[in-house]
Design a binder for this molecule. Structure first.
Ligand SMILES: Nc1nc2c(ncn2[C@@H]2O[C@H](COP(=O)(O)OP(=O)(O)OP(=O)(O)O)[C@@H](O)[C@H]2O)c(=O)[nH]1
Ligand SMILES: [Zn+2]
Length: 197
């Protein structure tokens, strides 16, 4: 499903070595000598999302006859802010109403889609939109809401230095955009785990 070997590992290693030199470090000292290779392997893992076949994730669906809201919440994710290449991480929540055919995907696939788009240099808003659009494009649902809450280390350990500041983004598609009642029900399921009717 995911090949993490699409990156040019040697190029990453050269870049890391250069960065260490730029930082005034000796890249040949004992503690750092294997660091370029370690970083390259780590990058293949944490930025391996582009190698995931998102279409393939939705190749199996189930006839659940479901016409109600499905919510998977508190999906942990880790990404890299594309401006500073520092982590941002938090939780994703996905709510959707299946299309008229009542078909659903396996719930793990929603978490896999989050990973596929999170594991690359990203903006939180774009990440949220890409997850929502993937669900729209592959399940043709009546509506989708994706909410993401994250802490950005570029705001925490450097720059403005505001530890604990959380950024929430949402992407609303289809019926959830048109109906405030349905949207409120999705938000209530996401944030309280309860139905409001
Ligand atoms: N909208 C959005 N902004 C982000 C995200 N991740 C990081 N940023 C912001 O990207 C901006 C980059 O701003 P610049 O002024 O070019 O960079 P900078 O001088 O390092 O900015 P500071 O972080 O304010 O020190 C910063 O305000 C970050 O907080 C994200 O996912 N979405
Ligand atoms: Zn940043």
């Amino acid at each position: 499903m995911a090949s993490e070997h699409h990156m040019d590992r040697a190029k990453i290693e050269r870049g890391v070595r250069l960065m260490l030199e730029g930082m005034g470090e000796d890249p040949d000292r004992e503690g750092l000598v294997d660091t370029p290779a370690r970083v390259a392997r780590a990058m293949e893992e944490v930025c391996g999302g582009a190698a995931v076949d998102v279409d393939g994730l939705f190749s199996v669906t189930f006839d659940a006859g479901c016409h109600d809201i499905v919510v998977v919440r508190d999906i942990p994710f880790y990404s890299l802010c594309e401006h500073h290449l520092l982590p941002f991480f938090g939780r994703a929540h996905i709510a959707y109403i299946p299309g008229p055919d009542g078909r659903v995907c396996g719930i793990s696939k929603l978490a896999r889609v989050v990973d596929a788009y999170a594991r690359r240099p990203q903006l939180q808003e774009r990440l949220c939109a890409q997850v929502a659009d993937a669900v729209v494009g592959h399940l043709d649902p009546m509506g989708v809401v994706v909410v993401m809450e994250a802490e950005h280390l570029c705001m925490t350990m450097r720059g403005v230095r505001k530890p604990g500041a959380m950024t929430s983004t949402s992407a609303v598609r289809g019926g959830f955009a048109a109906s405030s009642t349905t949207r409120a029900e999705a938000m209530s399921l996401i944030f309280d785990g309860t139905h409001v009717r």
